[in-house]
Ligand binder design. Structure first.
Ligand SMILES: [Zn+2]
Ligand SMILES: [Zn+2]
Length: 368
């Protein structure tokens, strides 16, 4: 098949090349197909993929359980946690050179619609495209992809590609902490609910903002892990006195910052009890499509400032700079518990779907 949206006339900057690309046609219907990539437009970059993580949302779509109904849109190429090498650039591209290691935004705003012109978040774009989730957008699970320059970001040469594949995830956790004003510093006690990939990134961000970090997760393996990625303390929420424990760890004040990264009903409900007075609360974990009973009155009683993270906004360059300063402090490579070559993508998804407790991050690699 040909890639949708590439029919328009293009400036002939290179010969068309062929490559294998995965397409999700519907739940559990993932196919690898040969695609011909057309010549680049002046503002486009041809990227050879080198690494691509499988995200929890990819698993949801694959299983047909995305509350946003994204899997209804197939066929599309999954993969938004990717890193690759620019192999050719359009005639107008100035910020990326062939040979550069690159990563890219997930949500692609048009910058022209009423909402974009009004300065709203990319996720508000009326013509929104989204890498890895839509037929009109490229995805990272293929040998090559074409992406416009404005969404493509160069990472330093001394990074490996698998670290680059963590930029998208880290940018979500980082934005959830800093993009919406939770703004921790050395005076703050931060509670992170949920120690999945996003929770660990939020934990590292809070720690490197000099706050004290308490991570809450019911799984022992995740709590142990959190101690290696920013947490000063970990708390088991299945223990009856876990709220007392958080109070004790915060000298009776309760946390001044709470970052909800679990999307779990109990996790979400508990933050209204856990948060200290005047706490800044960031919601990152997905709970779309469900109603979660919470004691909302505590928002008023405690004067909570609650902000939702609907994506991120021009946050990749900042994320790359942040990660550059901490990449040698934390073992990012150890977060990739499983590796599969792209040709074994079905096995990779099988592992991500059926071994959720152990498969922290399943990473696809692309040939040797
Ligand atoms: Zn993701
Ligand atoms: Zn727009």
């Amino acid at each position: 098949m040909s890639l949708v949206g590439f029919e328009t006339a293009r400036e002939k900057t290179m010969e068309a090349i062929k490559g294998k690309v995965a397409f999700l046609y519907g739940p559990k219907d993932l196919r690898i197909e040969e695609v011909e990539f057309p010549p680049l437009k002046p503002n486009e970059i041809l990227i050879k993929l080198k690494a691509c993580g499988i995200c929890g949302s990819d698993v949801e779509c694959f299983e047909g359980e995305s509350a946003e109904g994204r899997y209804d849109l197939g066929p599309y190429t999954p993969g938004h946690e990717w890193a690759g090498q620019a192999v050719a650039v359009g005639s107008g591209v100035t910020s990326v050179k062939p040979g550069n290691k690159v990563v890219g935004d997930c949500v692609l705003p048009c910058y022209n619609c009423a909402n974009c012109k009004d300065g709203k978040m990319p996720s508000a774009c009326l013509n929104m495209r989204e890498v890895g989730f839509r037929p009109d957008s490229p995805g990272g699970m293929g040998e090559y992809m074409i992406l416009e320059e404005c969404y493509t970001h160069v990472i330093p040469d001394d990074w490996d590609y698998e670290l680059g594949a963590w930029v998208e995830t880290f940018n979500v956790g980082y934005w959830g902490v800093w993009g919406n004003g939770c703004a921790p510093d050395a005076s703050d006690d931060c509670v992170i609910i949920g120690a999945g990939p996003i929770g660990l990134c939020a934990s590292m961000v809070c720690k490197n903002s000099n706050a004290r970090v308490i991570v809450i997760d019911p799984l022992e393996s995740r709590r142990e892990n959190a101690l290696n990625y920013g947490a000063d303390f970990v708390v088991d929420p299945t223990k009856q006195d876990f709220q007392d424990e958080v109070l004790r760890l915060t000298n009776g004040r309760g946390p001044s910052v709470v970052i909800e990264c679990s999307g779990n009903d109990i996790g979400i409900a508990s933050l209204f009890d856990l948060a200290g007075h005047s706490a800044r609360v960031g919601l990152i974990g997905h709970s779309i499509g469900r109603k979660v009973p919470v004691e909302i009155g505590k928002t008023i009683w405690k004067t909570l400032q609650i902000s939702g993270s609907g994506g991120t906004d021009r946050w990749f360059p900042r994320t790359i700079r942040f990660m550059s300063t901490i990449k040698d402090k934390y073992d990012f490579a150890a977060l990739n518990t499983h590796h599969f070559d792209f040709k074994d993508i079905h096995q990779a998804f099988d592992t991500a779907c059926h071994d959720k407790a152990n498969a922290r991050k399943v990473m696809l690699t692309f040939g040797k």
